[in-house]
Design a protein around this ligand. Structure first.
Ligand SMILES: Nc1ncnc2c1ncn2[C@@H]1O[C@H](COP(=O)(O)OP(=O)(O)OP(=O)(O)O)[C@@H](O)[C@H]1O
Length: 537
């Protein structure tokens, strides 16, 4: 049988292959040359020579300390800079400036870096002169080696970790904040597990850079065996007198670099929730798509009984302005009812929802009291490193702090059962279909029994059948919760089935408000099929 490769394999023009091959040879041939010239028979003896052992040990411990310092100081700084879009204009500018300045040492020649450090920490340096008063001398000691390595590798750590953090965004942290998690919990249980692979590869990069550090170390710390002579300095000194030993130490450096690369790869892939293999093992799941609506409705009713603590939501009064988005809203959302918030693209619906969820700054007044808020978005934000059951238990820790671990587990299981997803409890979100994810998110919303619910086009990403089922589920859950709900939607079907009240936005202002029946009457005889746009045109 003839095999046909996917088209992407031919996406690169043929003339590019020789260039790519030259790049590979250019990098690989020198390593081959080193291996070829190595005195393999004496290698053990050369590596275990006292001077080599001293240099090796010094490099390993100084680089480890330098990497640790990069992580301890560089990680908080990277996190702070990467969240620039959450700050006000001044703090955002400062974060951008810091990012620019911190990258400078990357282009500073290492010898210049050594001189700069000498001017700072040397006996007569800016800071060194004061340390000298206490008899502390840093230059030309092992501490100087660590400082030089940290100075050189910190910008590399920062550049790698900060850009990974910016690329990954902060939607999970935002979701955790909406669920009521305190910042320490968010940091340790959401941010850290999610950024662990990026942190490991940034740390590996910092270690590798520190390991190869030469110019700054020689200028600032000198080259004293066992004190400041690291492997690169030793190789440099040996290169003419004892080429064999220099080559043997170079091999050690190469092996260490390869070990670091493998370690970073391993850490990056070791998270169970991330592995492709884990994803592929997902068994077929016909059950979830055929949940009987009647049984589901009954289950949601039973859950509603459990949610006896859910009080009727409050009336929400909004008088808010977001001048930078030209949005000025003055309206009321009736207590315990669902209000459909509709309007053309860019009319301010998401902006208003962000104001209500407390994730966007505004001028004016929005009175939510200290009510519990639940949110459901078009693409449900489930924490990828928690199983579906744990996702719900995590939310319950903050919505119901009085429940113990066992009670949380029981309630989470009930919520999953109510939406027909008990069989998905132990899976990770990455193993679910879009409709299943939305069900689990609805279960989390229901379990938290919020008094205010914000729904941002929750059914738009689902196909017709899944949307129909999820709509029915939402209807039951909202009725059980008695929450004050704001539903952003573009579909008349959602308004017809879920809403008691309707607010129409246009160009950042309230254009119309009223009973859905009255406003949807504008859509003609068959409002289900008509486009909502008629309401604001
Ligand atoms: N991150 C942002 N920064 C600056 N302006 C924004 C941002 N997001 C939206 N805007 C602007 O704010 C106004 C309201 O946008 P918003 O996203 O609230 O509208 P929307 O009604 O939710 O639109 P859609 O139906 O397309 O989601 C628009 O003029 C938009 O260009």
């Amino acid at each position: 049988m003839t095999r046909h490769e996917p088209k992407t394999h031919r996406a690169i023009p043929n003339w590019m292959y020789p260039f790519a091959a030259i790049a590979v040879l250019f990098l690989v041939i020198p390593i081959w040359a080193l291996l070829w010239r190595l005195p393999w028979l004496e290698i053990g003896e050369l590596i275990t020579a006292p001077a080599s052992i001293d240099a090796l040990w010094l490099s390993v411990w100084t680089c480890s300390v330098a990497t640790l310092l990069c992580v301890i100081f560089g990680a908080p700084l990277s996190l702070w800079c990467s969240r620039e879009d959450q700050y006000g204009p001044w703090q955002a500018k400062l974060a951008r400036l810091t990012r620019g300045v911190l990258r400078l040492p990357m282009v500073l020649p290492p010898v210049v870096a050594g001189l700069v450090l000498l001017q700072t920490w040397g006996r007569y340096g800016l800071l060194g002169q004061y340390l000298d008063l206490f008899g502390w001398r840093i230059a030309f000691t092992s501490v100087a080696v660590v400082i030089a390595q940290t100075f050189i590798s910190l910008p590399f750590f920062f550049a790698s970790f900060e850009s990974a953090l910016r690329a990954s965004g902060h939607k999970y942290e935002r979701q955790a904040r909406i669920l009521g998690a305190p910042s320490n919990t968010i940091f340790w249980q959401i941010t850290m597990p999610l950024v662990r692979p990026a942190l490991a590869s940034a740390a590996a990069l910092a270690f590798a850079r520190a390991l190869g550090e030469f110019g700054a170390t020689l200028t600032f710390a000198g080259s004293l065996q066992g004190v400041t002579r690291t492997i690169p300095l030793d190789i440099y000194l040996l290169r003419e007198d004892d080429t064999g030993q220099a080559l043997a130490l170079s091999l050690v450096l190469i092996i260490l670099a390869i070990a670091l690369a493998v370690f970073a790869q391993f850490i990056g892939k070791s998270a169970k929730w991330q592995t492709e293999e884990h994803r592929d093992k997902r068994p077929a799941n016909p059950e979830s798509d055929t949940v009987k609506l009647a049984a589901q409705t009954e289950a949601v009713r039973q859950l509603a009984e459990k949610l006896a603590d859910s009080k009727t939501g409050p009336q929400i009064r909004v008088q808010a302005q977001v001048p930078e988005r030209k949005v000025t809203i003055d309206t009321t959302f009736p207590a315990g009812q669902t209000t459909a918030l509709v309007g053309p693209n860019g009319s301010g619906k998401s902006t208003l929802l962000s104001v209500l969820s407390g994730t966007l700054g505004y001028d004016g007044q929005v009175d939510l009291g200290l009510k519990k808020v639940g949110i459901l978005e078009q693409k449900p934000v489930l924490f990828p490193h928690f199983t579906n059951q744990t996702n719900i238990e995590f939310a319950l820790r903050f919505s119901h702090p009085n429940l113990n671990r066992a009670a949380r587990a029981e309630r989470a299981a009930q919520a999953l059962a109510a939406v027909g997803t008990s069989h998905l409890a132990k899976r990770y979100p990455s193993q679910l279909s879009g409709g299943e994810k939305q069900r689990v998110a609805i279960a989390r919303l229901a379990a938290g029994a919020p008094e205010i619910v914000l729904l941002d086009e929750p059914l738009s990403a689902l196909d017709e059948d899944a949307a129909k089922q999820a709509r029915q589920l939402l209807k039951e859950v909202l009725a059980a919760l008695k929450a004050t709900t704001v539903l952003v939607t573009h579909h008349s079907q959602d308004v017809l089935e879920l809403a008691h009240w309707m607010v129409v936005l246009k160009q950042g202002k309230v254009y119309r408000r009223g009973e859905p029946d009255a406003l949807l009457g504008l859509l003609g005889d068959d409002p289900q099929k008509a486009k909502l746009a008629v309401v604001w045109s």
